[in-house]
Design a binder for this molecule. Structure first.
Ligand SMILES: Cc1cc2nc3c(=O)[nH]c(=O)nc-3n(C[C@H](O)[C@H](O)[C@H](O)COP(=O)(O)OP(=O)(O)OC[C@H]3O[C@@H](n4cnc5c(N)ncnc54)[C@H](O)[C@@H]3O)c2cc1C
Length: 417
């Protein structure tokens, strides 16, 4: 006998996926007065969080946390306010104060997922949104009055109705498959390894240090309670030979110890084993498919070396909510809202993807790379702009124009000499 129940009460918005993008979407639509529910297939307790994430939250997305009612996450017991410093083949790229251009005190956050994820779910519940964990959305179907969602939760199945369904179901999005929202994949030639440590002396100014070594990127992130996260994005061939849990950890620490501008690893005490992946291609999908908007990784999941996924999850949810700010969920308004979201996504988020996908390839011209970073590190304004670009506060096109100008004037100065 079927255990299927039909929930007659109509939802305004059903959000599929209850991680960063899903929770942010749910809070924003609930703040606008809609009746919202979030579905996540995982069973959640108070500590549940994503583990495969290095949680550097870029500065462009940090103010959104306050709009979600989560400004307590800026406090020093929750996160570390930080800014990037890049150690490059052409010199060190850093700048005083926070990120510019941007509001004063624009900083990135080292905000661990063990803190962020439960806070987002608490924010959802505080907003009066239903969070249905351990509930998989199996399929969706459209009829004249909106969407029907078939869900299962281990004990049976249940149907819900909603006027708008939002796909926040991550990189492997089931909704994308169901709706035929094709995945454009771009190769990533690096593997990643990371771990948490105590006993490492990081910079007193709490900067997060990104060290470019050959074609690898080694990252040192200060965390709360004096802990440190070390992350290595490396040419796959380099880490393939690091065998066995202990051997791998030792090779990993030796690698950091030998780097310029890295703190000493001599007193490093591992809190965890190493996590990581061997292959993680970037993936791009349409932000709107049929009449379903896609947010977060379900729309765009880029090379984690760029550290943009959490920020883009927050920003895409914000762009979607803004696109519906002065609209209802009636058919015409819905179409207009989705068209506006598609445009905002293409204008604000998508331009960052090309450079990030390009950076995932290892084989680059080293001499021109050195010249580029010499130009950036030797020019304070350009250094700040490079930091703003990586913090996604500046569009790539604007940075490219300024960089070309700087390279040309260096070339002209060289000719005069
Ligand atoms: C190694 C690594 C390091 C990273 N480091 C950073 C970093 O430093 N900074 C940064 O900004 N980003 C980073 N990222 C990226 C970041 O983790 C993701 O971009 C972010 O988690 C995306 O959030 P999301 O809500 O879109 O998707 P997800 O977190 O993937 O959530 C999707 C949710 O949907 C649920 N779901 C899926 N299907 C269904 C279904 N059918 N029914 C119900 N629920 C469903 C899942 O259970 C899941 O909870 C990193 C990623 C990796 C792999």
């Amino acid at each position: 006998m079927s255990t299927q129940k039909f929930d007659q009460s109509q939802l305004d918005v059903a959000v599929v996926g209850g991680s960063i993008a899903g929770c942010a979407t749910a809070i924003r639509f609930s703040q606008m007065g809609y009746r919202v529910a979030v579905f996540d297939k995982k069973a959640m307790n108070d500590q549940s969080h994503k583990r495969l994430c290095t949680h550097f939250i870029q500065p462009h997305s940090v103010p959104i946390l306050a709009e979600l009612g989560l400004s307590h996450l800026y406090e020093p017991d929750s996160s570390v306010l930080t800014k990037a410093v890049f150690v490059t083949p052409g010199g060190v790229v850093e700048g005083p104060g926070g990120y510019v251009p941007g509001p004063p005190d624009s900083y990135a956050l080292n905000l661990e997922r063990r803190v962020l994820d439960p806070a987002l779910r608490a924010g959802v519940r505080a907003q009066g949104v239903q969070y249905l964990d351990a509930t998989t959305v199996e399929r969706i179907e459209e009829d004249d009055s909106g969407w029907i969602l078939d869900t299962s939760n281990g004990t049976g199945s249940q149907r819900f109705r909603a006027r708008l369904v939002v796909a926040a179901d991550g990189r492997r999005s089931r909704l994308a498959k169901e709706l035929g929202n094709a995945t454009e994949s771009h190769p990533n030639e690096r593997a990643a390894l990371f771990g948490y440590f105590s006993g490492i002396k990081t910079r007193p100014d709490n900067r997060s240090v990104f060290i470019m070594n050959e074609r690898d990127l080694a990252c040192v992130y200060p965390l709360v309670e004096g802990r440190t996260q070390l992350v290595l994005f490396a040419d796959k061939a380099r880490v393939e030979g690091w065998q066995g849990a202990d051997g791998r950890l030792q090779e990993f620490l030796n690698y950091f110890d030998g780097l310029p501008n890295a703190p000493s690893m001599s007193d490093a005490v591992p809190e965890t084993g190493l996590l990581g992946y061997s292959d993680y291609p970037s993936q791009i999908r349409q932000p709107v498919s049929g009449s379903i908007p896609f947010v977060g990784d379900a729309a765009l999941s880029l090379d984690p070396m760029s550290g943009v996924g959490c920020g883009f999850a927050l920003v895409s949810a914000d762009l979607l909510a803004r696109s519906f700010a002065d609209r209802s969920l009636d058919k015409t308004d819905l179409g207009d809202g989705l068209a506006e979201y598609q445009k905002r996504f293409e204008d604000v988020i998508l331009p960052h993807a090309e450079g990030i996908c390009g950076d995932s390839l290892v084989d680059k011209n080293e001499a021109s790379r050195r010249r580029m970073f010499q130009a950036i590190s030797g020019n304070q304004e350009l250094s700040q702009k490079y930091l703003a670009l990586t913090g996604r506060m500046l569009m790539p096109g604007e940075f490219q124009r300024d960089l070309m100008r700087a390279l040309m004037s260096r070339g002209a100065a060289g000719l005069k000499r």
